[in-house]
Write a protein that binds this ligand. Sequence first.
Ligand SMILES: [Cu+2]
Length: 144
Amino acid sequence: MKKLVLALLCVALAAPAWAASVTVTGAFARATAPGADTGAVYLGLQSDLPDTLTGVASGVASGAMLHQTTMQGMVMSMDMLDHIDLPAGQEVTLAPGGRHIMLEGLKQPLVKGSHIPLHLTFAHAAPMDILVPVAGLAATAPNE
Ligand SMILES: [Cu+2]
């Protein structure tokens, strides 16, 4: 009985901390060639309060991480980010050529026209599960 009361209390206490709400717009993944091990997801995020995207995961991949693509001359490299800041009321865009969600260890090819699950965790807002449409192999927008 004590445990139940404690659990209810935790829920009550946690609710105000999750008052921040994050909106996801224009999410899409790029289709992958058969046998590809990695995939990329792009999206826009906007939080009504200052927040931080702290983690990503997907059931179609054994791992997922936040990456930043940078060009040094003609050489493209990807650096891991451990979080992405979400300033209040400002849209933060993860787009081809810049920041993205990297899926690693794909368990299946990402097929154009299908949807993949994506789990997002934040410092303040409640964790979010969304379905991301898969666009073309070189898509730069959801409808390509
Ligand atoms: Cu990457």
